[in-house]
Design a protein around this ligand. Structure first.
Ligand code: NAP
Length: 253
């Protein structure tokens, strides 16, 4: 129970990596506040956590909205007394394709949910952790935009690279206050987003083959790395862009 009595907020928890992380954090003893747009999916998650003996509270909203970011933090304080851990997992690929054909609306949508959402969350989460004198903030970035340039992914890559820059700045700003800030950079992971990226058997085989391990991750494997960053096991780790990517970043042939 490495997160016993910690309070964790996970934004983008209705599916995929965020959902698996919420389940794991609750299993490890944390009181969990979960956010995303789909209330029904969040309610199901809360029911699952509660049935396993954990505690969770859900509040639905859009991660790119500052009032929502604020309300999630208020919920953590009102329900569970403060905030120790936060993870920005809300993300969207947007419309993939040639940059010359990408419209500005798509650009802004992708930047808003991935990057602006991470900023807005951090803005309200970090002061609560500072009050505790310790804390861990995790931004879910990607190898895309960090170790890999992939065609047709300009907005997503820019957002994910921006999250790494944001994380480094926050780590230095909040380090003296006892709060750690890191980025988690998954490789291909078996979620709705991965299915959106590669849907046919040929596309899926192509994506698997990009990885040294010749497979993609389960969301539960990525959640284990989030647990490491959230827990005291990583007490001297801050400002780190942690690749958990099955070797997609180093495979060349
Ligand atoms: P996913 O299964 O599609 O889940 C995305 C989550 O983000 C959902 O809970 C979704 O919930 C939430 N979300 C999307 N837009 C939102 C918004 N505007 N406001 C609030 N929540 C929003 O994807 P995933 O693969 O687990 O992705 C999680 C994170 O990992 C993302 O940041 C993604 O970029 C990153 N990542 C994924 C992979 C991969 O291969 N899967 C690889 C590298 C990095 P609602 O629809 O209910 O809002």
């Amino acid at each position: 129970m490495v997160l016993q009595n910690k309070v964790a907020l996970i934004v983008g928890a209705s599916a995929g990596i965020g959902r698996a992380t919420a389940l794991l954090f609750a299993e490890k003893g944390a009181h969990v506040v979960v956010g995303a747009r789909r209330q029904d999916a969040l309610d199901e998650l809360v029911a699952e956590i509660t049935a396993s003996g954990g505690t969770a509270y859900a509040l639905a909203g859009d991660a790119s909205n500052e009032t929502y970011a604020q309300k999630l933090c208020e919920a953590a304080v009102e329900r569970f007394g403060g905030l120790d851990i936060a993870m920005h997992c809300a993300g969207a690929l947007g419309k993939l394709g040639p940059t010359a054909e990408m419209n500005e609306t798509n650009w802004h949508n992708v930047i808003n949910v991935n990057l602006t959402g991470a900023f807005l969350g951090a803005k309200h989460q970090l002061p609560l952790m500072e009050k505790r004198g310790s804390g861990s903030l995790i931004l879910t970035s990607s190898f895309v935009g960090y170790t890999a340039g992939m065609p047709g992914m300009a907005a997503y890559a820019a957002a994910k690279a921006g999250m790494v820059g944001l994380m480094k700045s926050l780590a230095v700003e909040y380090g003296p206050r006892g709060v750690r800030v890191n980025a988690l950079l998954p490789g291909g992971t078996d979620t709705d987003m991965a299915a959106e990226f590669a849907s046919t058997p040929e596309e899926k085989a192509f994506v698997r083959g990009l990885h040294a391990l010749e497979r993609i991750a389960t969301p539960e494997e990525i959640a284990q790395s989030a647990l490491y960053l959230a827990s005291d096991a990583s007490s001297f780790t801050t400002g780190h862009a942690m690749l958990v990517d099955g070797g997609v970043s180093i495979k060349k042939g």
